[in-house]
Write a protein that binds this ligand. Sequence first.
Ligand code: SF4
Ligand code: SF4
Length: 454
Amino acid sequence: MFIDDKVLSYYLSDKKGVYFFPDEFACQMKSGVFENEYYRKKYELLKDNGVFDKKEILLEGVYSGSILKRSLANTIAIDFELTENCNMDCEYCVFGDFYEQIPNRKNKSLNLNYAINLIDYSFDLFNDSDQNFSLGKPIYIGFYGGEPLLEFNKMVEIINYAESKNLKYNHLRYSMTTNGTLIHKHIDYLVEHEFKLSISLDGNKNHNYLRKYKNNKECYDDVYNNINLIKTKYPDYFKEHVSFNIVLHSKNPVEEVEKFFLENFDKQPKFSSLNLDRINKNNEIQFKKILPEPEVKIRIKECYDFLKNFSERIKPNYADFFDGDEENFIPTGTCIPFSRRIFLTADGKILPCEKIDHKYYLGKITDNDVIFDFEGISNKLNKVLTNIKKSCYNCSNLWHCEECIFSFDKNAEKLICSKFTTKSNIKEYYKTIIETIIENNTILSNLINDYYEI
Ligand code: SF4
Ligand code: SF4
């Protein structure tokens, strides 16, 4: 597919790869009439090496129990939702008034036995050389909430237990997503264990107005002071291990936020979007007021996804080197569950990541047992794939799809994908992405850090 810019033409090859051609060369290739012998020879060379080959895509790939088990044995991270409780009450929180309430979500804390059971179960798989081929790779133990630092002591117990176990082929590292308000109490421990710390902050004081304590008091000054505490006391750690996560809304434009983080902390923040699922109809009008302008610049993550999809060389994890079937794709952009992470909720449900609705849990932990029915899980997922496949065959986003099947409404009679894309839409989209990547020279280096680290 050719995408034309003012100066260059880009060719997105089915063989995976983005090629940049001078306009003149691209015009001659498109017309098939070569006035320039050099261009003709170059075209022949590219053609002979299959750059322009069209690839027929078969979406007949399926999940199987053995693939799921192996992806768990090679996972990148085990994440624990330490508690549902939080000391803050951000207006856009997915558990707040803008969203339909989740039944039974009542400030539960993770039962330590559940964490221990999951560690025992997964470490056995990590130590099984028939299943684990990610030798020498770190496995991250991650902590989420609510606010995970409210359960600091439990976190230490989990880490002590994990460290007491023998890992034959891997080593442990740690990560945490925090609202930043309690860091001053625990920073020495976090630094000592080299935690990868992701702090949620939406920009400067004005940008941050939706993030508040339970008593409605603003949290900005506390978080800002805590960040400066890390920066001053542990500058190397701050540089290497601290990142920022920003939720985009109507009052924090991307450029202003980027400028704030660059000037204050010399960091490029990561952006995420407001969740648009489960909106409470009674508060929909108010919710729409905090949505960002639709023309919000393409997010960096989308550039990462684009580069990842167009490169044979970038793989998020080792399992992807072996499980990709070039002829038979698994439709949609869903990961192989557990290949990226295993997420244990505070009430013992096992999910393939922290982003999906807890009702789609794939396994369960009790006081005595870990329940993973790998065959059952793959059968359920394959049913959804069969249902959506027809749309995917006609979709121009097919090759580079990032849609996750857990975001579809599985109760609907016929699954509808809101991201179905026509050819002209995809061309415009890729053009904007390519322009963003060219303007922003940190994207490639960040991509390498992100994908090789976690
Ligand atoms: S959102 Fe879907 S595709 Fe992405 S990591 Fe989670 S389960 Fe996998
Ligand atoms: S965007 Fe939707 S319809 Fe298109 S390939 Fe992805 S899942 Fe299928």
